[in-house]
Design a protein around this ligand. Structure first.
Ligand SMILES: Cc1cc2nc3c(=O)[nH]c(=O)nc-3n(C[C@H](O)[C@H](O)[C@H](O)COP(=O)(O)OP(=O)(O)OC[C@H]3O[C@@H](n4cnc5c(N)ncnc54)[C@H](O)[C@@H]3O)c2cc1C
Length: 412
């Protein structure tokens, strides 16, 4: 019987990254994936969402150009069907490319549900696979709320949302984490009357308080309604309405429950099983999953405190490290409107906020076009303990959004 160096359950970012790193070291790998290679991220998460978001943002920008009489359009509209097709194409292309990488590296892919049996053994489709090391990377699934169970028609999960072929005319979104915020932006851009309901006192509760407050202002400006310190008590599928904890009843075509994700169970995880990615139940992000895989296979460490968070859409929202509410820090806040590039791009909403402790950056909180790229510069500085004075020596290109980091640091 072949003994594989690694048996990996789950073909998402955690599992496929681990498989690729191990195979590149010359290890023999068997990878089990019961659904589609690429996992949640590629098939039901990051990639499809960002494809919808791209076309939504472009549409908003185009509408703004028409309003400014820069563009002329006889009839401005969009085909959601075509956007859906585009999303399918992007996902299919990326999946095919990934499958080719796995094939080229001679990773054996078993397209069945796997279970961990006796020590060192994985069973799938009636076969037993012996493995020296087992990695469980089975991911997570949308969290169901009692009384608001998904039905795929009125009460929708993020999986259902990504399969909508037509847009509703209005929607209520429960939860304002990254998924809720991104979809509120998508729906609203496509003229869907959108309402967000959040239990916490502010939208995007995991973020710095100033970020949350700015999102609330941006939502108000763009017509996205929201309730904070509020929950949904019940949903009436027949009458298509939801009752809020404040007593209000909202008529809605659909309710999207975006209230977090729960880890998938891996039965019988023994001592020799390493659990990584979303099913480890820690930080549920694709890049964290990939970092854990890199750590497990290559021994490259990562700093859990410095995992960046990004919420996509225009403008992007990104942060790393400590938040204002986490302690006492020296702070600088540079409005994006101060940047030449932002003025050129007609994208002046947002700020770059840097928190400093002693001579080092403690955290950064950014709302800006390209915030996802900006935050990475801060992560590199923080991870390498680069003092603020040293960063001031760096030459930042002009005109860029990066200059905002430099300008911010110079004001400290
Ligand atoms: C709408 C949405 C948007 C998101 N956007 C972002 C984003 O912008 N950035 C970001 O970093 N993260 C984002 N995420 C989160 C990201 O998708 C996950 O953190 C990431 O996919 C976790 O990777 P994973 O490999 O741990 O799990 P998964 O990607 O869930 O992969 C697990 C795989 O294991 C398979 N599996 C499970 N059990 C078995 C079994 N017994 N046998 C065989 N196969 C099994 C599953 O079919 C699945 O393919 C988003 C998630 C959602 C839902």
């Amino acid at each position: 019987m072949t003994v594989y160096d690694y048996g990996i359950i789950g073909g998402g970012p955690a599992g496929y990254s681990a498989a690729i790193y191990a195979a590149k070291l010359g290890k023999s790998v068997v990878l089990f994936e019961k659904d589609k290679i690429g996992g949640t991220c590629l098939n039901r998460g990051c990639i499809p969402t960002k494809t919808f978001l791209h076309w939504a943002d472009l549409y908003t920008e185009f509408k703004s150009g028409v309003k400014k009489e820069i563009y002329r359009a006889e009839e401005l509209g969009f085909s959601f069907e075509k956007i859906f097709e585009e999303k399918e194409t992007v996902c299919n292309n990326l999946r095919k490319a990934l499958e080719l990488v796995l094939k080229t590296l001679r990773i054996k892919v078993i397209p069945y549900e796997a279970a961990i049996g006796n020590t060192g053994k994985i069973t799938a489709n009636g076969e037993v696979y012996e493995c020296s090391k087992i990695i469980a990377a089975a991911g997570a699934k949308p969290k169901e709320i009692k009384g608001l169970e998904f039905d795929g028609e009125f009460i929708l999960s993020s999986d259902d949302i990504l399969n909508l072929k037509e847009l509703p005319s209005n929607i209520v979104i429960l939860g304002s984490g990254a998924i809720g915020i991104e979809w509120a932006r998508i729906f609203s851009a496509f003229d869907v009357d959108t309402t967000v309901v959040e239990m916490a006192p502010n939208l995007l509760p995991a973020a710095d308080i100033e970020i949350s407050k700015r999102i609330e202002r941006m939502f108000k400006k763009s017509g996205i309604k929201f309730y904070t310190e509020c929950s949904i008590l019940s949903a009436d599928r027949a009458n298509k309405s939801v009752t809020l904890s404040n007593g209000e009843i909202i008529q809605t075509e659909a309710l999207f429950v975006a209230a977090g994700r729960v880890k998938n169970d891996i039965p019988d995880t023994g001592e020799n099983v390493i659990v990584i990615g979303d099913c480890a139940g820690e930080i549920q992000l694709a890049h964290y999953a990939a970092c854990q895989a890199k750590n497990v296979i290559l021994g490259i460490p990562y700093n859990k405190e410095l995992i960046p968070s990004v919420v996509y859409g225009e403008p992007e929202i990104a942060w790393v490290g400590k938040r204002e509410q986490d302690g006492e820090f020296k702070k600088v806040l540079l409005p994006i409107t101060a940047l030449g590039k932002a003025q050129c791009d007609n994208c002046t909403e947002g700020f770059i906020k840097i928190l400093v402790n002693g001579d080092k950056i403690a955290g950064a909180h950014i709302i800006s076009k390209e915030a996802s790229a900006l935050v990475q510069q801060i992560v590199i500085a923080m991870q390498n303990n680069i003092p603020v004075e040293k960063l001031k020596e760096v030459c930042f290109a002009h005109p860029t959004y990066s200059e905002g980091i430099f300008e911010g640091l110079m004001r400290l």
